[in-house]
Design a protein around this ligand. Sequence first.
Ligand SMILES: NC(=O)C1=CN([C@@H]2O[C@H](COP(=O)(O)OP(=O)(O)OC[C@H]3O[C@@H](n4cnc5c(N)ncnc54)[C@H](OP(=O)(O)O)[C@@H]3O)[C@@H](O)[C@H]2O)C=CC1
Ligand SMILES: O=C(O)C1=N[C@H](C(=O)O)C[C@H](O)C1
Length: 267
Amino acid sequence: MAKTSILVAGAGGRMGRAVVAEILKTPGAALAGGFERRGGPDIGKDIGVLAGLDALGLAVEDTAEKGLVRAGALIDFTIPAATVGNARAAAEKGVAHIIGTTGFSADDEAAIAEAAKTIPIVKSGNMSVGVNVLTALVEAAAKALNDDYDIEIFEAHHRAKVDAPSGTALMLGRAAASGRGVELDDKIASGERAGDRESGDIGFSVMRGGGIVGDHRVAFAGMQEVITLSHSAIDRGLFAKGAVAAARWAMGKPPGLYSMRDVLGLG
Ligand SMILES: NC(=O)C1=CN([C@@H]2O[C@H](COP(=O)(O)OP(=O)(O)OC[C@H]3O[C@@H](n4cnc5c(N)ncnc54)[C@H](OP(=O)(O)O)[C@@H]3O)[C@@H](O)[C@H]2O)C=CC1
Ligand SMILES: O=C(O)C1=N[C@H](C(=O)O)C[C@H](O)C1
């Protein structure tokens, strides 16, 4: 079977470097190259060396366009504005787009959905098997427990994370809302003080600090018991592994907007 040739957006970033390392150790994948924002400090550097590996003789480029010609899939963990531009560029070149970036606006989501009319796009706030199984468990628990159980989603990440709540926390919130047959946007709790919360609200708590890779907890708090479901990411190679699996899965798929639950066959 032919190898999937993968281009890496944000190749010098925390996730970009992990994705490069994962591609190099995956027998069914090949590295098509990597790019960073124009004027970025890593332009021209060797992609292998940036990832903490041997030199590959492949320099970081300053545009998506050159690398897209060599690629079957683009893996993207960057920032929303870059990802939206990359989705348009990938659609023009017929390249599958795997989106791990989080923190999108409604307009960004619409632009990505538009590109997905032309190419397969796999988009998920969390590429790990564990979190995607957790979302199914949260949905089932929310369905089984009525509004007497207050739902609170806790997330903790490293000090450099820019968006909050995390993409994963929002995914978990949507799963809980779906289990209750409601829309998350109608149920987000507005504050933490007595009187701020209404029955059925879904709350979010955020912590930033140090090097925490990603911790998530969903509590269903009743008057006599609390049920807690949780996930801890130990190494961001976990997310890279999921993204490379998604890139390989997307090859030959019809255009459309897919999730990691599709990739993992979780329905
Ligand atoms: N879905 C998932 O499983 C996961 C999602 N994430 C998400 O991935 C995103 C990136 O996270 P992380 O790797 O920690 O962040 P980093 O800031 O370490 O990496 C982002 C990289 O993208 C680069 N970049 C910015 N603009 C462009 C552009 N126009 N073209 C190409 N590259 C660009 C940045 O360059 P510079 O710094 O020079 O601006 C940086 O190197 C976040 O949204 C995060 O939430 C993270 C982990 C898992
Ligand atoms: O920025 C991160 O680091 C992470 N972002 C994702 C998110 O927003 O949920 C996934 C993971 O938790 C790490």
